[in-house]
Structure formats: structure tokens, C-alpha cells
Design a protein around this ligand. Structure first.
Ligand SMILES: Cc1cc2nc3c(=O)[nH]c(=O)nc-3n(C[C@H](O)[C@H](O)[C@H](O)COP(=O)(O)OP(=O)(O)OC[C@H]3O[C@@H](n4cnc5c(N)ncnc54)[C@H](O)[C@@H]3O)c2cc1C
Length: 310
């Protein structure tokens, strides 16, 4: 892992840097590349604008690790409003939440209760509920949460990270249940005893696990694979797997982030590949933005250029 990536991921967790950076004009300007705005209305507008290109969306409010359990009520109410806005806008959009936004750190049962409220509303409005995956201390708990919620409905998905050694085994348990799985490489700073330190190994594990998810036995109700990467080599390799095995298009979707490889998102959708763009919004964007910078150090030069734009 590069020094720059390590430094940015470290900065993502530093409160002093966060407080100061969030007030700085050039940082705020740079963030707009990856985020249409801080308000939910900005995200819905961006989702509407993408709809004619056949790129569907997922909406997520930035923020993680709330400090008081009462804050989870506000987050839950907010997502209920998001589901209503999606319905009113008539867009094919879904929601994605972080367990620690909904009280996971304070009270697991309260977190479950909030998730169930959201899941029920998603069910009523025919939208879909995703659980993001956070850093490694949360993996066991997030999978346990998913399993609990999966008892209620198949209308729920979970992000799983290819950089973790444990993932190959976790996947088998999830496949047995019939699960919607968003395969990502993983965005956090993890130690080498639990995660592949080399990017090439992460990439290869990503391919291996997605190829496994695209096998014929992964067709229980609720099964879906999100190929959530911007990596064109992996996308092409997996499209070949799909073509060779004649995997039906309702079994997988491509998923990417707002503002990253936008042309590719539209290109895949135009080719008839089901494609989704995850749009983030909200005021608490600093740790998330640092993770986006860490993924591509060239982004740091974009921030530096903005510094001189005044
Ligand atoms: C829909 C979606 C949901 C996600 N949810 C989670 C989650 O719940 N938990 C989690 O840990 N991670 C999540 N991630 C982030 C993920 O783990 C990776 O950190 C991120 O997607 C970058 O990895 P990559 O697969 O795109 O491949 P990389 O090898 O990092 O990138 C491949 C290529 O994509 C482009 N690219 C990638 N990132 C950027 C960037 N920031 N700026 C500009 N270009 C870029 C570059 O051209 C790069 O060469 C999510 C990603 C997506 C797409």
C-alpha cells in the first residue's frame, strides 16, 4: 500500500484535520466532483438527470459513527423521507445505509429496529435497502445484522470487501441464504494480517469471488451480484464470464460511484448492462472524501489545482 494512500486513510479518521478541512473553500470545491450537493434534493436531482441514460441510482447520506443513540432516530426519519422522495420522483433508485449511522455502536437492537422500519417502507414502495460495509471491526456485526434482516425479506443487500482474507468464506454463507451482494474492493485502512496488502492480490480476489457469485448455484430468491468497481479490466473479465456462462442479466448489475468513470457508466447502460450509480450527499463528507482521494492519488492534484482557483 502506498505511503500516500496510508496517509490519506489515516487523515480520514483525524478529527482536527476534518474540522479544519471542511471549512476550507478549495476542499469544498474539490468535493463537488464526487457529490452533487449536500442536500438530499441535490442527490434526487442528479438521479433524475441520470435516468434518461438508463443509469439507475442508489442514494446514501454521508455520516458514520453517530455519538448518541438519539441521532439514529433523525437518520431513520431522514431515510424514510428519502424513500418518499424517490417514489415521488418516479425514479429507479435505492437507499444504502451504514449500520453506525443507525445506532450500531450504541445499541444493536435499536439499529435492527430502525433497519426494519426502513425495510418495511422499501417493501411498500418497491425500492431496495442496502447495508454498506465499514471497517473490519464491523464485519461480523454487519453480516449478523444482514442475516437478521434477511429473515424479514429478500429485498435487502450487503456490501462485502474483496481485500479481506475472510471474504471467501463469508460469501458461501451468504450464497446459502440467497443474498444480494455488492462486491467492492474495500475502502478502509486494514492491517496485513487480515487483508491483502497488495492491490494486485485484491484485484485477483475480487475477480475470483465475483466469478464464484456468478456460478449457476447462486440463484436462490434474493440472490443478486453487484459488480461494484470502476476497474475496466475487472469489468471486462467479468463480462466475459457472464457471456461464457450465459448468466442472465437479472442476476447481476454494475455499480459505480457518482463522478467516477461517468462515461463508462453511460456506455455500459447503453450496451444494455444494468448499471447503478451510487450518489452520496450530506454534510459529513470528510472521511468519505479522504477515502475517495486515497483510491486515486491523482485526485490530490485536483485538490491542489482548486487551491489556486481562489
Ligand atoms: C457502488 C459502490 C459502493 C461501495 N460501497 C462500499 C462499501 O460499502 N464499503 C467499502 O469499504 N467500500 C465501498 N466502495 C468503495 C470500494 O471499496 C473501492 O474503494 C472503490 O470502488 C475503488 O475501487 P475500484 O474497485 O473502483 O478499483 P480501483 O482499482 O481503486 O480503481 C480502478 C479505476 O477506477 C478509477 N477510480 C477508482 N476510484 C477512483 C476515484 N476515487 N477517483 C477517480 N477515479 C477512480 C480509476 O480510473 C482507477 O484506475 C463502494 C464502491 C462502489 C462503486
Amino acid at each position: 500500500m502506498s505511503v500516500m494512500r496510508k496517509a490519506l486513510l489515516w487523515a480520514s479518521t483525524n478529527a482536527w484535520i476534518r474540522e479544519n478541512a471542511m471549512r476550507t473553500g478549495f476542499v469544498r470545491r474539490s468535493v463537488s466532483k464526487f457529490m452533487p450537493g449536500e442536500a438530499i434534493e441535490d442527490a434526487v436531482q442528479a438521479a433524475k438527470a441520470l435516468q434518461p441514460t438508463q443509469v439507475n441510482t442508489i442514494l446514501t447520506r454521508l455520516g458514520e459513527n453517530i455519538s448518541h443513540i438519539e441521532e439514529a432516530d433523525e437518520v431513520c426519519d431522514h431515510y424514510l423521507k428519502v424513500i418518499d422522495l424517490i417514489t415521488a420522483a418516479g425514479i429507479d433508485s435505492q437507499i444504502s445505509v451504514k449500520p453506525t449511522q443507525l445506532g450500531y455502536d450504541q445499541d444493536f437492537e435499536v439499529c435492527v429496529k430502525h433497519c426494519l422500519r426502513l425495510i418495511d417502507r422499501c417493501e411498500e414502495t418497491k425500492t431496495f435497502f442496502w447495508l454498506d460495509m465499514e471497517g473490519s471491526p464491523y464485519v461480523d456485526g454487519t453480516i449478523a445484522l444482514f442475516k437478521r434482516l434477511r429473515e424479514r425479506t429478500p429485498n435487502i443487500g450487503i456490501a462485502i470487501q474483496a481485500y479481506l482474507f475472510r471474504t471467501e468464506k463469508d460469501i458461501e454463507e451468504l450464497v446459502a441464504l440467497g443474498s444480494a451482494i455488492r462486491m467492492v474492493k474495500g475502502a478502509y485502512l486494514e492491517p496485513p494480517d487480515i487483508a491483502f496488502p497488495e492491490k494486485a492480490d485484491v484485484d485477483e480476489n475480487y475477480f475470483k469471488i465475483c466469478a464464484r457469485l456468478l456460478q449457476d448455484d447462486n440463484t436462490k430468491p434474493g440472490a443478486l451480484t453487484h459488480i461494484a468497481t470502476h476497474d475496466p479490466v475487472l469489468q471486462d473479465r467479468l463480462m466475459k464470464v457472464v457471456a461464457d456462462r450465459k448468466v442472465s442479466t437479472d442476476r447481476y448489475e454494475f455499480a459505480m460511484l457518482f463522478g467516477i468513470t461517468t462515461a463508462r457508466q453511460k456506455e455500459l447502460a447503453a450496451q444494455g448492462q444494468r448499471t447503478r450509480c451510487l450518489i452520496s450527499y450530506g454534510e459529513f463528507w470528510f472521511p468519505w472524501y479522504m477515502r475517495r482521494l486515497a483510491e486515486r492519488p491523482a485526485n490530490v492534484w485536483f485538490v491542489v489545482r482548486n487551491m489556486f482557483k481562489g
